[in-house]
Design a protein around this ligand. Structure first.
Ligand code: TMP
Length: 236
């Protein structure tokens, strides 16, 4: 039976969410639109949606096999996947294995230095405020997540890192850092959103060149080529 795509429930910067006949499931559509710096910079990365859909599928399957619950149900086509419908916890969880990006900038740390054990940061998902860094006490103050939920999220984030780092290592890539979003589905906290070159930093093991959205953020060129290379290394 063909899956009925219903009304659009939500449109974000890089994805659209559509309802289905099943109340508990939605379709996640991946766009080619790219933004950076809280959408002050806008552009298109040709075929990005296809890459992010397929890379996310591969990584969600890997994580599920490793015991991490995710919203992934199945990939429907080049740009769409069927997922469990979740209520997103309004916290962006960043896991860092190597100093880069805002961490280097905020604290004056040298890019490229290994971080062990990995560092976890929380950002309040709020465009109007520019997704500010928050502490666990801020999260408690604003009741963004129950302490037990936050503990669960931290545990899942570290387990995800442990599963992903060797996967990318085998593909001659350094998983520098990445952003995760979690959601509630039928009372359970599960991994949601996407895991892709939009939401991760990947450096080529040999050349240390960026193979992710930093090429767009920093105008490094060869953006599409980098996304295609990630697809090739991750999905074969
Ligand atoms: P940052 O160093 O800019 O804080 O980024 C950390 C990681 O989070 C990096 O892998 C890129 C990802 N990220 C997103 O997925 N969305 C965002 O809006 C930002 C700022 C970063």
């Amino acid at each position: 039976m063909a899956l009925m795509k219903g009304a659009m429930l939500y449109e974000g910067k890089a994805k659209k969410i559509f309802e289905t006949a099943d109340q508990g499931q939605v379709i996640q559509y991946f766009k080619d639109d790219a933004t950076a710096f809280n959408a002050q910079k806008k552009g298109t990365i040709v075929e990005k949606g296809v890459v992010n859909n397929k890379v996310s599928e591969k990584l969600f399957r890997l994580l599920e096999a490793g015991g991490v619950p995710t919203h992934f149900v199945e990939r429907l086509n080049d740009r769409e996947m069927l997922t469990k419908k979740v209520t997103i916890v309004p916290i962006e969880v960043v896991v860092r294995n190597v100093v880069a990006g805002s961490l280097a900038k905020r604290l004056g740390l040298k890019e490229g230095v290994a971080i062990a054990p990995p560092l976890i940061e929380f950002y309040y998902k709020n465009d109007a405020l520019g997704d500010p860094l928050v502490t666990e006490e801020h999260i408690r103050l604003m009741n963004l997540a129950e302490p037990a939920t936050l503990a669960q999220i931290k545990d899942l984030a570290l387990r995800i890192d442990k599963l992903l780092v060797p996967f990318f290592q085998e593909r001659q890539m350094i998983l520098v850092d990445f952003k995760l979003e979690f959601g509630r589905h039928k009372g359970r906290v599960i991994l949601a959103d996407e895991i892709s070159p939009d939401t991760c930093r990947f450096w080529d093991q040999k050349t240390k060149e960026s193979m992710d959205k930093d090429r767009f953020r920093k105008d490094l060129g060869k953006i599409e080529e980098a996304y295609q290379e990630v697809l090739k290394r991750v999905c074969g």
